[in-house]
Design a binder for this molecule. Structure first.
Ligand code: SAM
Length: 363
């Protein structure tokens, strides 16, 4: 199934943007939109579509890397913050407290864009490393000349959208609410029936802070509203009338299901064989240099969402995240600006036979 006919190959001079493109289809997409009800893809600039898409539970970003990887990619990492900023703004306008962002990039690309993500309310959770191993460089490195260690990794960085209450991040809001009660801080431990965890974790203002699980939040809120200074009532409330409930508190948090047997280093060979979409003519050329492994897309989507949740893929390429969303029972919205990639990606999505996944996650 992964063979797609090339209509015409196009030679692109090495100095131009998009030096990685091996073919351009002569045809244009017949429509700028396709949907089967669950999976929806748009042809064009995703910036024009964000306000049409349902609010995302997961955003998988695999856009510019600063390596001229596709037409429109920048030539270095310095331009990346400007490239991403309007997209990040669009994501922030649509995100909720349940939204997780997976930001794929090189190390320096991610480092450059991180301050923009923070500025728009994305809280860093974890940096994951896709280690492609020696297979990525086999036979391609001249160790006598190279002046650094060969790079065989990509980053996939997890962010969550930082909910705010009274315009404060949750960490600061929890602290402020407890302070308002006039109760000593160690009483929070008594409220939760723990030795020191509540103060040490839930009310900490540094990097040791933990989001209180709903049952602990409810215990703290009940205690504060019963014993706190009556003049400041209610405590831990969003509406100024009642303290937040278990369900309301739980809804403020993104999903994360840690699969068994995985760490933040993903040892996974580069794409090869049938999983790589290639041309059936021109000697089987790879049609998109940046195609991501379907199993890694499935891994991050399953970890951070539930069936029927919504996945966004703003930089579709061959729509790997949309396909992973489809295979795991999620809804998805994607955009792709390049007519060739759009058509090939759509062909892939519509194909009844998909390449086998290398492994799946459980538990
Ligand atoms: C790194 S590739 C994504 C590859 C994809 N993850 C896959 O597995 O096939 C980035 C893609 O984003 C597309 N793109 C860049 N800017 C875009 C924009 N503003 N709107 C929609 N697509 C865009 C590019 O044409 C390119 O195909």
């Amino acid at each position: 199934m992964s063979e797609i006919s090339a209509v015409k190959s196009k030679v692109i001079p090495p100095s131009t943007v998009g030096r990685g493109k091996v073919l351009s289809l002569e045809t244009l997409p017949s429509d700028n939109y396709w949907s089967d009800g669950d999976t929806t893809v748009y042809f064009g600039d995703s910036l024009d579509f964000y306000n049409k898409w349902s609010s995302p539970t997961v955003i998988v970003s695999d856009g510019a890397y600063g390596i001229l990887g596709f037409e429109g990619d920048t030539s270095d990492h310095l331009e990346l913050p400007k490239w991403y900023e309007p997209h990040i703004e669009g994501w922030s306008n649509a995100a909720t407290a349940r939204t997780t962002l997976w930001f794929w990039n090189s190390e320096i690309g991610w480092a450059s864009v991180h301050p923009v993500l923070e500025r728009y309310g994305w809280r860093y959770v974890n940096a994951n490393v896709w280690n492609k191993g020696m297979a990525h460089i086999a036979g391609n490195v001249n160790t006598a000349k190279i002046r650094r260690f060969p790079v065989v990794t990509e980053m996939c960085v997890q962010y969550v959208f930082e909910p705010r209450i009274d315009d404060l991040p949750i960490k600061q809001w929890l602290y402020r609410e407890w302070k308002r009660t006039g109760l000593p801080f160690n009483k929070a431990n008594e409220a939760c029936g723990v030795k020191d965890v509540a103060v040490r974790k839930y009310l900490d203002q540094g990097h040791l802070w933990y989001y209180p699980p709903p049952q602990m939040f409810v215990l703290m809120a009940e205690y504060a509203n019963r014993y706190g200074n009556p003049e400041g009532l209610p405590y831990f409330s969003r509406n100024g009338k009642n303290p937040m409930t278990f369900d309301e508190w739980e809804a403020m948090r993104s999903t994360f299901n840690c699969p068994i047997g995985f760490t933040n280093v993903w040892d996974r060979n580069p794409l090869k064989g049938a999983e790589r979409i290639t041309t059936s003519t021109n000697g089987g050329k790879v049609v998109h240099l940046n195609q991501k492994p379907l199993d890694l897309m499935k891994l991050i989507i399953e970890a951070s969402s539930k069936p029927n949740d919504v996945v966004w893929e703003p930089f579709g390429g061959l729509f790997s995240a949309s396909l992973a969303a489809k295979q795991t029972g999620r809804l998805s919205f994607a955009g792709e600006i390049d007519p060739t990639y759009f058509q090939l990606g759509l062909q892939r999505l519509k194909s009844p036979i998909q390449p086998a996944l290398d492994y799946s996650i459980t538990g």
